[in-house]
Design a protein around this ligand. Sequence first.
Ligand SMILES: [Zn+2]
Length: 187
Amino acid sequence: MCNDIKNNFEYNLKHIREGDILLAQRLARDGQRPCRVIITCSDSRIPEEMFKREFLGENFVIRNAGNALDDYGIDTLTFAVNHLKIQEICIIAHTGCGAVRVYSQGLMHEFPHIYNLISQNIHRARDIQDLEIANAVGLARRLKERFSNVNIKVYLYDIERLELRNIEIIGSLPSPYRQLSHHQETL
Ligand SMILES: [Zn+2]
């Protein structure tokens, strides 16, 4: 299963469509104009390529354990919003997330940065009981303060069922979780 990546690349290049080569060349010449930012976990079970229709140029992707954004990630996002003029941020949490487990098991000494970032998110969404969803919604709430004019959507990807569930679009809590709200906090 684990081939050399150059072999993988050359294999895939042989099977690429002519239109995709032209697309790559056009993007190289004219610059990128992505439709959205995707913030998701580094987990290899998340099929990022299934969240787009085009071969290249559609998704500006930030991947980090637990879809956590540190200061560097925030700068990356700032570039996407301010300079690439992207108007939509999609945060994709997933089931079985090891980074969220770091938080739930209190492994703060081994993974202090992951633990701290995820605890900030979950603190912001403590009205939501599912930790993977709370982590993503909490991040959305934090990002909304900084990127107030951008549409932020939260999804949960189920790695076993291969399902992408809508969780939240900025401005309202998702209906299954509305009754769990203790704070009436809106985005
Ligand atoms: Zn994960």
